[in-house]
Design a protein around this ligand. Sequence first.
Ligand code: ZN
Ligand code: ZN
Length: 460
Amino acid sequence: MRAIKLTQLLFGATLVLASCSKDEVNVVESSIDENITVKNSTERANLKPIGSGVMMQAFYWDVPAGGTWWNTVKGKVQDWSDAGIDAIWLPPASKAQNGSLSMGYDPFDYYDFGEFDQMGSVETRFGSTTELKQLITSAHNNNLSVIADIVLNHNSGGQKELNTFTGVEYYTKFEPLSGKFARTFDDFHANSNHQSDPAVFGGFPDLCHHQPNVQDWLWKRSNSVAKYYKNEIGFDGWRFDFVKGFEPWVVKEWKNTVGGFTVGELWDGNTDTLNWWADQAQASAFDFACYYKMRDAFEGGDMTQLNGDMLWKRSGSKAVTFVANHDTDIIINNKMLAYAYILTHEGYPTIFYRDYEEWLNKERMNNLIWIHNNLASGNTSILYTDNNEYIAKRNGHNGPGLVVYINNADHWDERWVQTNWNNTRIKDFTGHSTWEPVTQGNGWVKIQVPPKSYSVWSVK
Ligand code: ZN
Ligand code: ZN
């Protein structure tokens, strides 16, 4: 979500008005549809479980246009899998109003992945249907799952028609060339279900998820968007865009219908809000609380901010942690320290394409991914924090765990900490320190860390 960043603020303010009261919520069967024929189940047989490793956000805002992006990503999936990535998150893949230039967040035809001549182009910015399917097959063959970016709040590119509820003409007539999911004004706000009209604020026609036609096409029918994406295109999981714009039961019902890992973009630093949404949607949420605490710690120069509340501290399995994404990139200094933080802590960490491929040291990133996948297990205990330093341990689970030492000062530091290991030789698995100390009988040991850097200690 970026195209409506400005309006998002306005829309957020009207959310109370726009959202439906609880007694309006439709109850829908909550079992995964057994009748779905999964065409590509064979190539999916060996996928790594999503969340066992690290997610790659496989795009950034305004990736090169011209229909080459799917091929670019395809060329990288083997290396990413070898490095310990378990899933790739693709941008919204179907035809949007801005055609060959769109990043996909202004969806028009959910079923046109680059084969119909509409919105000024056949291919999407990223390529053709065939190229997308080839990318997904290649990812699956490298044991990677593929996460679709799903934009359900709003649509774009419809023709003008009269809304008989408001008496006003608006861009709500959608007749996509795929022939699927035709929409009219009653599928958008305001309509017979809801009189309020947030579209006035956002500009984009705002889908009404209570409308039977909308539910039917989005997730219920045999060739719904959800089932088509899973069974025909091959997506394995879901990233829902701008979930502040609609109620969490929509995500829950989608997930209950087709299954798969699900994460929502609820752009809010309030942990209670994130936790509430994750509970209601029965899904994971991006940990914006963690994101803003890291900003205050690494940019703001106060590492004690990392003692604050974050979604991963409530539940590691609900939190998808990240340092940057296609919308926001505010942790500029000490970015490696932020990655050292999310890749040693609980939650499912995401790596931003440009950080990995262009901006940061790939060898250092791969080392942290390895540490995440091999050492970072068990719950977390914070051992020490001050303005410049942060030390925590993962207590281990079927493994020794680790101690991570992050230093925002411009000099080396060292400190005595109590580990879970007694009379045991440990080392820094980042290679930043050459020390190989032996812990005392009570677990105490002295560890060190370079300036503006980190060390990660575990059993040698
Ligand atoms: Zn509605
Ligand atoms: Zn110091």
